[in-house]
Structure formats: C-alpha cells, structure tokens
Design a protein around this ligand. Sequence first.
Ligand code: ADP
Ligand code: AMP
Length: 220
Amino acid sequence: MRLVLLGPPGAGKGTQGSHLAVNLGVPRISTGDMLREQQRSGTGIGLRVAELIDAGQLVPDALVVEMIERRLESADCGPGWLLDGFPRTVPQARALEQALGARGERLDLAVLFEVEEEVVVWRLSLRRVCPECGATYHLASHPPRSGGVCDHDDARLVQRPDDGERVIRERLRVYREQTAPVVEFYEGRGQLLRVDASRPADQVAAELVVRLREHAGSVS
Ligand code: ADP
Ligand code: AMP
C-alpha cells in the first residue's frame, strides 16, 4: 500500500504512522527525520536546513523532492510505503505524482489527520523525543515510564527546538498557507481519507485500520 499522511504538525502522523507501517509491513518515511539527519551531518546544506527547521519554515521543494525520489527507489519500498510529512506543498505533490506515474505506480490514499490548532499546540509543547531511538512521548497523554528517560534505552528525552510555542505558531501558519492546498489536491483526485485525529491515539489507530480495510475492499 502507498500512503501519504497529511495534517498539521502535531496531528499524530508520526505516532499513527509508526504503528501503521508495522501493521502494513512497509517503511515509514519521514522527511522531517531525514532532514534532521542531514542537519546533524554538519555540512553546508545541513546548516541551512537546520536554520529553516528551527525557524519553522519549509526546506526548498527541490531538495526534499530529490531526497524522496531517491528514497523511493530503495528495495524496501517495493511492497509500498507510508510518507510522513511529504508532500507539504502542491509542487511536491505534483512531483510525487509524476515520479509514480513514470514507474506505472499510483498513490492509494492521502490520509488527513484533522485536529484543532489549540490541541496541536498542547500536543507539541509537551512532546518529548528520544535522541537515540527517536521514540516520541507526550508528558501528559503518553509519558515515559520513569521521569524524563526513554523506556527503550534510558536516554534522556529532549524537546525539539521547533517545539517551542513561538515556532509552533509559525509552523501552523506555514501549514495553513502552503500545505492546506495539498488537501484540495488529493480531494480533487478522489484520493483523500479524512480521520478525526482529536481522539485518543488508540481510538484513532482503530478507526484507521477499519477505514483502510474498507478502502481496500472497495477497490479490490
Ligand atoms: P506529528 O508527527 O503529526 O507532528 P506526533 O505523532 O509526533 O505528531 O504527535 C505529537 C505529540 O502528540 C506527541 O507528543 C504524541 O505523543 C502526542 N499525540 C499523538 N497522538 C495523540 C493523540 N491522539 N492524543 C493525544 N496525544 C497524542
Ligand atoms: P516534521 O518532523 O515532519 O515535523 O518536520 C520538521 C521540519 O522539517 C518542518 O517544519 C520543515 O522545516 C522540514 N520539512 C519536513 N518535511 C518537509 C517537506 N516535505 N518539505 C519541506 N520541509 C520539510
């Protein structure tokens, strides 16, 4: 299955995507994770990427499109994939469609995680991540078992620099301006599945499984 996960920052794309990818047996490909890796590389491009991420701005389309196109050619993408955080602009969505078309492939669905902005601000400001394994926690809804350290490897959890309230607000502005039109792009193609992402994570996960099964049934 080939899926795109859409929705504002903090909607739960990473949380749901991690479970779903395991269930579907496909890789979860997060452009945010890939870019943060580039940032850590300390190269010239890495430093520029870091500046943009920390300011809540998008990285140029050409850079992410090339990165994704290369990634989708990997052998593990054969059975499908789940894209988390891409496309984030209409030109990115068009580039993906073209790249797939050139290989005779098609996106199955774009899943839109719908949630109010104030909920997102609360989710992101209390998000903590493990710098070692990337596990994501929330201090209220999904806290680690013992204060401030990762359940898996005991590393001290950190707050992402772009999860401060000022940058969160900027990311939401960028989402409204540049990413919301991507929703219309997929809606116009009859490829959009809307999910109420404001409920507890286990309920969202259960609904997703049912809705994806319904979709698979309706196209087979
Ligand atoms: P995204 O990948 O869309 O930016 P995340 O999956 O990282 O969002 O979730 C943002 C924060 O909200 C994390 O701290 C996560 O633990 C928490 N979270 C995710 N889904 C829910 C939910 N349904 N209810 C409450 N908190 C959630
Ligand atoms: P995320 O981890 O998805 O919240 O992304 C973190 C940051 O990485 C974003 O705020 C952007 O700066 C950058 N980023 C991730 N994906 C993209 C994309 N598809 N296009 C442009 N910038 C992106």
